[in-house]
Design a protein around this ligand. Sequence first.
Ligand code: IMP
Length: 423
Amino acid sequence: MPCDVVLGGQWGDEGKGKVVDYLAAGARAVVRCQGGANAGHTLVEGDERLALHLVPSGVRHRGCLVVLGSGMVIDPVALLDEIGALDKAGLDVRRRVRVSSAAHVVLPAHRLQDRVEEMRRGAASVGTTGRGIGPAYADKSARTGLQIGVFLLPEPELRSALERALEAKRAVLRPESDLDVAAMVDEIVACRDRIAPLLADTGVLLHDLLDAGHDVILEGAQGVLLDLDHGSYPYVTSSSCTTAGALAGSGLPPQCVRRVYGVVKAYATRVGNGPFPTELEDATGARLREVGREFGTTTGRPRRCGWFDAVAARHAARICGFTELVLTKLDVLDDFETLRIAEAYELDGERIDRYPIDARTQARCQPVWTEIEGWRSSTRACRRAGDLPVAARRYLERLAACTGIRVGHVSVGPDRDSTIPVP
Ligand code: IMP
């Protein structure tokens, strides 16, 4: 039962979409397991750029089912828009999408609630993407949410379920906002006939595929350091970004996992608020942002940039059982004279090797740097590990040594063929 898991090993935006696109060539299904339209993947092929938020990144492989698992929270209007745009690009997605009827609905009121709650937090805001993710998961946990299977009900029943849910939100959102419940209900009910045919028991579907010997890829969203349980709470997303979360959100058992790819950038970025020990608030950070084009796919926000944090990567690897690292955006470092890696932290005058579990302590950690010589030449045209400059190979070896996980692939550009296996 071969199932591979692809997860973000940092704070999201590691390039998981590109890695999944690369790995999905032989897969029968790619599954998004958690999160919602807070994620943003851009797939690049020549001049073509595809922006994905909800649909998994296997979408360019026409034999591949794209599955939205039960752990996701889904805005039905956004999903139909995205499928429409992908179909327009000639990808024939409608036929291949399967949505778990147990996934939860993100209502327009959740998006408003997300923004209102951020405003109410003031200086302590999380810096969310504003896509309603936290409020939708909060309702799910409180057992007041709507599973997307509600779209299978006859229209009057769907209408009254939506009315009840939205009326309940009215009170929560006052005084900042007054909902036009009737208009919202109409907009969502209008999606019913296009959402209903996409719904399935995706857990059964995936088990059947694995039993028939097909390959399945579980695609994580965000990154382990944004995980609700193992990240820098409360500066996290509201779902589980770990291997366990991928299994819970797809309905598959641990025995089916073959490989767990931890996707990490060759440096580090974070969007939103919260501790980031290796952050560079100087010209080097600005240079990483500029060269790496570090602006959010979903919100366009500039990303905070810093050097690779091996302490945090070890934490992610330990929780998720990474079997290999996929190192992305190595080419962004091509022109730097020296590079740095935080191999440990200093906390209250002492060296520590473990990532502290609470955000307050993380915020007090100072990186203990290892300096590495840069390679000062372009890696963009490299298509085999042997083509990489010696200093770049040394950088990979150092990362493997200080994270304890081998680097199995490296990527040196946005195109699919710029992902290179490292023997
Ligand atoms: P939320 O998921 O929109 O609630 O945002 C919570 C935190 O996770 C914020 O710091 C966001 O910037 C961050 N976040 C959510 N999704 C992504 C992502 O796909 N990439 C990077 N950061 C993300």
